[in-house]
Design a protein around this ligand. Structure first.
Ligand SMILES: *Cc1c(COP(=O)(O)O)cnc(C)c1O
Length: 441
């Protein structure tokens, strides 16, 4: 009741006087109707700005999932693998994601976690590049370049993949990736949007530079799929992996996706050649013969409940263009930055200082705003961002924080309104002033 009471209080304060331009922006928003497709039933006045961590629940998913469980599993049982289309769900769901990331059909398979798919893609890319250059392990093309600011799992997996392939890993800032790529480069593993800062990188330019050096690129599009236009085919991406539980709203732990460019598919040698990727899985043959196309990225039995929840969640995209989503995302993040300047003049509140980490330029901005929150007093110690985010949660504004000092606010254009943004910025100002008074004491 505590958080609920506080949230209702916050709503009462700001709800009565929503700034006119938030109302105006909401009135002009061509995506407002999409909000009704989601369950956003938190306590009154809750503003959810954490869709970059776990997307909201699409309204049609519970009924679909109940049908999958009760009828397809409960009654049809084994028949559902064929009659309910379970067996082909990984490619079918991949084809639903394809238009959102600029991929023609037949190149995306859904299954496993992002971490597992990073492993398949990195090892597969090293093998592919060595084959193309006619070098064996130890004969060259033995360096894996990894985005120095990468989400940790990618770095851990890349180092293990390197040990397994006799390669080494070099951490390189994305801004220096083009220059770093050279004759020993096998693969570059790059995050399209930096999860901490929200910086968007130039997929086409980095891909082009690594290609000119004779390497291949694995893109992690976890924070761009469903948030902004991604042009995997047009920009020449070789491999890409992405989450479906963030901006694609597939639900907690919903399976990730793997894109392997059509041209590379016949030579994609997966390090996890499970039986469901076999050319004839039910032959139960001793020897492995890979299937053709996206199927090759499969490993074992697909996670049907999560996958079919995701498939249903993707219906919210029917009739919605990623370009419209991008336009609204930029408007939301611009508006948030503007409101934060209003409610936190000069980025200061007591001892606390707030500095935007996300680039101001639209071409370099993902769909989140990260604010560095520092305690100006030397006393320091505890991370003030943690206390500030706790204060925001208590008042019904849900974002998250990443140590050290980063407040993250994710904007999901399908369900975030400008009124939400205004309320979040206003509450942030209040919480900062309260926390700033106590900080360092
Ligand atoms: C969220 C995220 C992941 C998550 O990987 P899982 O295997 O799903 O836990 C990986 N990479 C990036 C860049 C992410 O943002």
């Amino acid at each position: 009741m505590d958080a609920h009471g506080a949230a209702t209080g916050a709503a009462a304060v700001s709800g009565t006087e929503v700034a006119p331009d938030a109302a105006e922006l909401d009135a002009r928003d061509e995506l407002t109707h999409c909000r009704a497709d989601f369950v956003l039933d938190g306590p009154e006045g809750t503003v959810y700005l954490d869709g970059n961590s776990l997307g909201a629940l699409p309204r049609s998913v519970p009924e679909r999932l109940a049908d999958v469980v009760e009828r397809e599993w409960g009654r049809l049982l084994i028949r559902s693998w064929s009659e309910s289309g379970w067996w082909t769900a990984p490619e079918r769901t991949g084809d639903r994601i394809a238009p959102l990331v600029g991929a023609a059909p037949g190149q995306i398979v859904v299954g496993d976690s992002t971490s597992v798919n990073v492993f398949k893609a990195v090892v597969g890319a090293v093998r592919l590049v060595r084959e193309e250059h006619g070098v064996a392990e130890g004969g060259g093309r033995d360096e894996i370049l990894v985005d120095a600011a990468t989400f940790p799992t990618d770095g851990y997996i890349a180092r293990s993949a390197a040990r397994m392939t006799g390669a080494t890993v070099r951490a390189v800032p994305v801004s220096a990736m083009a220059e770093a790529a050279g004759p020993s480069t096998a693969v570059a593993l790059v995050n399209h949007v930096d999860y901490r800062t929200g910086e968007l990188h130039d997929l086409a330019a980095v891909t082009d530079a690594v290609h000119r050096a004779g390497g291949r690129v694995v893109w992690d599009v976890c924070h761009s799929a469903g948030a902004l236009p991604v042009q995997l085919d047009a920009d020449g991406a070789d491999f890409a992996v992405g989450c479906t539980y963030k901006y694609l709203n597939g639900g907690p732990g919903s399976p990730a996706f793997l894109y392997v460019r059509r041209e590379a598919q016949p030579r994609f040698d997966s390090p996890l050649p499970g039986w469901t990727s076999h050319a004839d899985p039910f032959a139960m043959a001793d020897g492995y013969a890979p299937g053709d196309g996206a199927v090759r990225g499969r490993v074992g039995t697909p996670d049907i409940l999560s996958m079919l929840a995701l498939e249903e969640a993707l219906t919210v995209w029917d009739g919605v263009s990623v370009e419209a989503v991008r336009a609204k995302s930029l408007a939301l993040t611009d508006f948030f930055l503007r409101r934060v300047r209003t409610y936190v003049p000069d980025g200061r509140a007591g001892r606390l200082r707030l500095t935007p980490l996300t680039p101001q330029e639209h071409e370099r901005r993902g769909s989140q705003i990260s604010l560095l929150c520092e305690d100006g007093s030397a006393a320091g110690g505890d991370d003030p961002a943690e206390a500030v985010m706790a204060g925001l949660h208590a008042r019904g504004v849900v974002g998250d924080f990443r140590r050290p000092g980063v407040l993250r606010f994710g904007f999901t254009p399908l369900y975030t309104s400008f009124a939400d943004v205004d309320r979040a910025a206003r509450t942030l100002g209040d919480v900062l002033r309260n926390t700033g008074r106590e900080a360092g004491s």
